[in-house]
Write a new protein. Structure first.
Lengths: 204, 204, 204, 204
DNA sequence: AATGAATGAGTTTTCATTCAT
DNA sequence: CATGAATGAAAACTCATTCAT
């Protein structure tokens, strides 16, 4: 156990350092573009040496990739937890938007991931874009379920409904990110909720 | 040839050079971020010397500002021409989206302006953002007029309707820009049109 | 002619700068290994900015490649001038060794090329090695001619004779380079001359 | 288990680790220059931690020095065993070349030593060079003995004969090292043997 | 106006070496 | 003895900007 405990302790230390660097990267990348952000900014923000940053991530692209991965993980987590909730499909879809909006406005690392997608070196582009496509598929699935459970009543094709919902959500993200650093994103989504309800479940 | 003619000819030449550089800047900035784009890329793309680029624009920020100005000018042009059209306010609003989508998908300089807004040095941010706010005001105005002329029947508050329309449009821009360099933006807007009509003028 | 003269003058300046950098690279690379040599050393030696070095050569490998090219050019020049000389083939072969030895001991850039061959990034290896193979072919050709004109009387196969001559010459280069920076290479070759004569034209 | 046995076991383990690192250093240094080779490459190649490498060798120069020592030891071993052989001095000299060629082509650590000599930090240069001088003295001694026992019949001065033999051998090493990682060195020496015999013992 | 060479102030990256465990 | 994380100093490379012509 001496040996084993030692190893574990060392790993712990490394993991903690890596995490601290990752969070710092999140803060830095959420404030500025990929190219504007200097790795020195990140290591300074973390209070850890630049060399250590390289030890843990290898190069700048890999730092960005790690941020992207962490973002997607956190968003997927919200997605899973909300989707498995009780309630109508429409309700869950809208709750999902709320949940993600909340996450984005509160988590610099997630904000960083969002910014990063727009200014990524080519090799990382797919990694970022793929997530957007998946996200729209989730919306479409919930809408289809909503058509079955009666919570969605629009007669429009599900893919097109999903597309518009997705566009609206992305637009809200971009505009709130631009205007106030995502602080008002939840409020925006709150305001949009009745509009989306009207779209998916018109009173008729 | 007299002095005056010569001067005029030189000016003509200068203007043409400036234009060529501006278009090249559009092409380059539409393909990559502000920081990724090198002034050498632009002068190479234009086939004009780097020194000349500096002669005409002074520095990198000014190149971006010029691109932004040109973009806004071209978008404003579409805006004016569509708004002054005959027809219902709702129709004009939706035609406006069509028109702008068309412009974006066809004009690299306009695409460049859109990209630039997301990755601008701080001093230029307001210049880019202001346009977005104005754009939403136009939507709101048209919606208000639609309420008067009966083409808009939704009972929701005009500002909130304008906000959602704006978000959807921006979202469509971002997604099409991301996925295929804005090629499919007009098709996206076409698909979204019935959804936006349902939102603004529910059958009921 | 104004325009043209101007262009020519500019080019001249660039060419002169490039040459100065190349010679400096020769001096530096002749004194130390590729990896030990810093580009700053070269630009300092030339009294020209590091940025300018990059402007002219792009990167470190390309500097080395340029040195290599220049070395091969200079050696080829000697080769041509000696080979076209009057006299027996054997005489010309041995004069060639003399001539190259002289060149090596006098020209830092050529020394640099020799050193570089031993410590080259993989992409450049072939470029350096090829020259050695060609060099041996020349020796073989001269030996064959010597068999015809009677100046070479050894009954051994020409390729094997050429190989040994080549090995001896290379060995002399390496040892003199190691011991005294090629200063005594001509003397070494002078001493070896009767041995090589004995080898190629034994008295019988 | 008692204290002493434990200590001995630890020592054994340490020696084995040191050896593994040394062999790994041989493999790495035989593939690349001193400066190109990273200590991490060596510890990775050995599958042993970098910290351990430092524990056993102190610093990079010391690793190189240890490789050099091991090379010289192995070469000296061959030298001794061949020189003490029965037979003519000329035969022993040529057998010596064969033996060393064989060793070089088979032993990465020896190859490493050879490469290292060409790219060594200044402090280690003498250590590497000295061996070359000694090597030539051995050749000269054998040639002198050959003059006495009649196996060497050339009338040229012994030092000059030794010099040429040495040059040829070094040249063969360099060329085979360059072309194919010393795989064909024994064959080269085999081919050169009759030439060297002709040189040292001309038929007359 | 136009050109392209030149510069310097960063930035990314590398790696020998040290250190805590 | 052994490990692997951490560090700092150095080097390669980039590029906006200036300058001489």
């Amino acid at each position: 156990m001496n040996r084993v405990g030692e190893v574990r302790r060392k790993q712990q230390r490394g993991i903690r350092t890596r995490m601290a660097l990752l969070e710092a990267a999140g803060r830095v990348f959420s404030r500025m573009e990929y190219d504007k952000a200097k790795l020195k900014d990140i290591s300074d923000d973390a209070g850890i040496s630049l060399g250590s940053l390289y030890f843990h991530f290898g190069n700048k692209d890999d730092v960005a990739a790690a941020v992207l991965d962490a973002q997607q993980e956190r968003m997927t987590e919200v997605l899973s937890s909300v989707v498995e909730t009780e309630g109508s499909s429409l309700g869950r879809l809208l709750d999902l938007l709320d949940g993600v909006a909340e996450l984005i406005s509160a988590d610099a690392l997630v904000q960083a991931g969002i910014r990063l997608v727009g200014s990524l070196p080519d090799e990382l582009k797919d990694r970022g874009y793929g997530f957007y496509e998946e996200w729209q598929r989730v919306a479409e699935t919930l809408i289809r379920e909503g058509l079955e459970d009666g919570s969605v009543t629009s007669t429009a094709p599900a893919p097109e409904l999903a597309e518009v919902v997705h566009e609206t959500f992305i637009g809200a993200q971009v505009l709130s990110g631009m205007m106030d650093g995502w602080q008002t994103l939840p409020a925006r989504i709150e305001r949009a909720r009745p509009r989306l309800e009207a779209l998916l479940a018109p009173e008729a």
